[in-house]
Design a protein around this ligand. Structure first.
Ligand code: NBG
Length: 795
């Protein structure tokens, strides 16, 4: 499309959508018409890709979260038209980068799990694989976070689509019906076969909105399908206010609080809603090409991202048996051939279980099928293992009045994977130990990855240019070629160029901080960043305790000197997670005291950046020197932030946990700083651990902890007692005190390393050179080879 044509298209969008021309269009309207035009350019390839799907096997990635981030710039880059469009926009009198700010960052996810799904979509398309996403079109995504005057998190709903979403296409013709509640009527036909009929269900219409997922330098354009709930026109469902508000609620917001029964109903409803809609639309389109569903599993592969979509298993069984008359055994074989499951956590409280009464009431037929699955599995198990009641109890799906979704997932899948080597080992040895003994061939590891396109080529053009200059551009399409940078890590000139780039990026970050929270930070100080969800196991508390310790030292000893250090935090806490919210308040209150204390002589600055999201990470990551990855060993399944920082030339300070282990192995111990208890250490001490001994015996710990109850950070001495109690009375579940000493030493060590700027630059360059392995292109290739077995499309 030439410039004039492009402008014509924009104008026609302005006319049809806003009844305006260029002169009167607002900045947002201008953005919208630009995006719509870009979208139009994507449609021919999108259509062709859909035609190609018919030829082979396809993957559907079912995930309750997709944190895709902003689309405009990403799509322009992937289409290869960024430069001409910037030129055009500037010619028309707009600032391109201001315009980008008009796009709301869709928060359709909580954190790593949702962002992983988005990285996978990018890699899938870029590598020409038929990989489609299936999710919910939440009207409001993860809340927006503000910090109030008391340093506390305030949550505000995020209506990201209130001005529309130019990147989606509504497909009402592809709508499907999803049924809830009602009763099941059983009958027998003349052959004695049982039939089930769903009587008086509440019918909801699921309408798909499709977003194009385009690859870089390729025509393959996959689909992310987001389902939205709408009222049904079918008779039998009264149009009452209750009904309408139930329908509204289903896709109203991401993960409603499920601490109450009401919340649980809603969440389960969401899960069944997008699963059932997804399964039924897959079946429908499959049957347009094939006479029967017999070979569904040969053409369709459904990857369940964590347990949220695990109802795929009973739903597909239901469709096959109740709607297409398959026998149980045949239906089960098809499901087993189609479905695989990724586990993303070993934290017990995050492994979903649903009360039987809720499941049976909301999804009566699905519950019957789960009961039968459970019955058959128990039968099979006892035939095989005799009466090992404990084992049966551990593995069965329904127990103690709950449906255990992870057990259902493992039983119904052909493959089960963890997301980093250490995590998969923990699954095999611990969480799914018995399952692993029963089905060893099912278990496989797929270490997570990140798309280098968004997380380096696009968010850090300065660094990309340096790599282009040194090693050419092949690394952009072949992740293994990052390694070519190893030839330059010792070159003084390359080190200096890197130092310059890092400094520039730190300047950009410093401006961002100033603009957002009004705090001046010095780009010549060490930028030390911990950005991730706030959770006790991620131990932001350990980080802030280390800072408090440093601060106390500066105050006590006028001769104490440390390199100028800027500690940056960004984290949202779940709205019902009291402890996490207290830690946010602690960080903010400590920041307030320390940043305003003249005795600190600017040796320490603390920054809490509110509202962490994908767009913020894009600024934060390139400006980071030190990447904080300090979770309790064994708790962080993988982590993906660690990979983003590494790829942008930051050095990890971390525990032997999640993907840190693999980063450490690749870069070598001289290019990161590893500290603290290992998984084996924790296993050894966990029953004898007494946090109070650390408090009693380590004066540094005692002093820091006493600030929590001595009204140092707040006028109210009880303000942080909760944190104190968590460490003392509750015996420090995440071994913060046990790792305190090692962490301080690690911090001192990394500061020392930083002082030798050439050596440091070399470390950063080695990290970049070794980061190719953590490209999600590698991860996707592994899923394809071992689990999905799909072929590349030729669009
Ligand atoms: C998260 C883990 C992270 C991991 C991401 C992506 C959940 C349930 N799990 O360690 O905590 O990186 O998944 O795999 O959100």
């Amino acid at each position: 499309m030439n410039k004039e044509k492009f402008k014509e298209h924009m104008l026609s969008h302005l006319h049809s959508e806003f009844a305006k021309g260029f002169e009167n269009a607002s900045e947002y309207e201008f953005y919208q018409s630009l995006s719509r035009t870009v979208m139009e350019m994507m449609t021919p390839n999108w259509e062709r890709t859909r035609e190609k799907y018919r030829e082979g096997r396809q993957v559907h990635y079912f995930s309750a979260e997709f944190l895709v981030g902003r689309s405009l710039e990403n799509n322009l880059i992937n289409l290869g038209i960024l430069e001409p469009v910037i030129e055009l926009v500037e010619e028309m009198g707009h600032d391109f980068y201001n315009l980008l700010e008009e796009e709301q960052d869709p928060g359709l996810g909580n954190g790593g799990l949702g962002r992983l799904a988005a990285c996978f979509m990018d890699s899938g398309a870029s590598l020409n694989y038929p990989l489609n996403g299936n999710c919910i079109r939440y009207k409001s995504g993860l809340f927006k976070q503000y910090i109030n005057h008391d340093g506390e998190q305030v949550e505000v709903p995020d209506y990201w689509m209130k001005y529309g979403n130019p990147w989606e296409i509504r497909k009402p013709k592809h709508a499907v019906e999803v049924n809830f509640y009602g009763q099941i009527e059983t009958s027998y036909d003349h052959n004695g076969n049982m039939h089930f009929q769903h009587i008086n269900p509440i019918r909801v219409v699921a309408v798909p909105y499709d977003m194009a997922m385009i690859g870089a330098n390729t025509k393959t354009t996959n689909t992310l399908r987001l389902w939205s709930a709408e009222p049904s026109e079918e008779s039998g469902t009264a149009n009452t206010r209750d009904y309408l508000s139930l329908v509204d609620d289903i896709t109203e917001k991401l993960y409603p609080d499920d601490s109450t029964d009401e919340g649980k109903y809603l969440r389960l409803m969401q899960e069944y809603f997008f699963v059932s809609a997804g399964v039924n639309s897959i079946v429908r389109s499959y049957l347009k090409q094939n006479p029967s569903l017999k070979n569904l599993g040969k053409k369709v592969c459904i990857q369940m991202n964590d347990t949220h979509p695990v109802l795929v298993i009973p739903e597909l069984l239901r469709v096959l048996m109740d709607e297409y008359s398959f026998s149980w055994d045949d239906a089960w074989d098809i499901v087993k051939e189609t479905v695989s499951y990724t586990n993303h956590t070993v934290m017990a409280e995050a492994l979903e279980k649903w009360p039987v009464n809720i499941m049976a009431n909301l999804l009566p037929r699905i519950y019957m099928i789960i009961q039968e699955t459970d019955r058959r599995f128990v039968q099979w198990l006892s035939d095989r293992c005799g009466n090992d009641h404990d084992m049966i109890q551990r593995l069965r799906i329904i127990k103690e009045n709950n449906v255990h979704m992870a057990n259902l997932a493992v039983i119904g899948s052909h493959h089960v994977n963890g997301v980093a080597e250490i995590h998969t080992e923990i699954l095999k040895k611990d969480l799914f130990r018995d399952f692993y003994h029963l089905f060893p061939e099912r278990f496989t590891n797929k270490t997570n990855g990140i798309t280098p396109r968004r997380w380096m080529f696009y968010n850090n053009p300065q660094l990309r240019e340096l790599l282009d200059k040194k090693i050419g551009t092949s690394y952009q399409s072949n992740y293994k070629d990052f390694e070519m940078l190893m030839d330059f890590v010792d070159a003084k000139s390359t080190q200096e160029e890197f130092i310059k780039i890092k400094h520039e990026r730190k300047g950009i970050l410093a401006n961002y901080i100033l603009r957002n929270i009004g705090v001046h930070v010095d780009p010549d100080s060490i930028f030390d960043v911990q950005a991730k969800r706030l959770h006790a196991y991620k131990r932001q508390l350990l980080n802030i305790m280390q800072i408090i310790y440093r601060y106390e030292r500066i105050k006590e000893d006028p001769n104490y000197r440390m390199p100028k250090h800027t500690y940056i935090f960004a984290a949202k806490a779940a709205s019902s997670y009291t402890f996490a919210k207290k830690v946010i308040k602690l960080i903010n209150n400590v920041a307030n005291v320390v940043n305003n204390d003249p005795n600190v002589k600017d040796m320490i600055k603390i920054v809490f950046l509110p509202n962490y999201n994908v767009s913020m990470a894009e600024v934060l990551v390139p400006g980071t020197d030190i990447s904080e990855q300090i979770s309790t060993a064994g708790k962080e399944a993988s982590g993906t932030g660690c990979m983003k920082f590494m790829m942008n030339g930051a050095v990890t300070i971390g525990t032997m946990d999640g993907a840190n282990v693999e980063i450490d192995r690749r870069v070598g111990r001289e290019n990161d700083v590893i500290f603290g208890l290992r998984v084996a250490d924790i296993d050894r001490i966990k029953y004898s651990y007494r946090a109070k001994e650390y408090y009693d015996n380590d004066l540094r710990i005692r002093k820091v902890m006493d600030t929590f109850t001595d009204a140092v950070w707040s006028n109210d001495p009880d303000d942080f007692r909760l944190i104190y109690n968590e460490l003392m009375t509750k015996n420090d579940e995440f071994f913060v005190l046990a790792d305190f000493d090692a962490y301080i030493r690690a911090q001192e060590q990394i500061e020392e390393l930083y002082l030798d700027c050439h050596q440091w630059a070399k470390m950063c360059l080695v990290n970049i050179a070794k980061s190719g392995y953590f490209s999600s292109d590698r991860t996707i290739e592994q899923y394809v080879k071992d689990i999905w077995k799909v072929k590349k499309l030729k669009v």
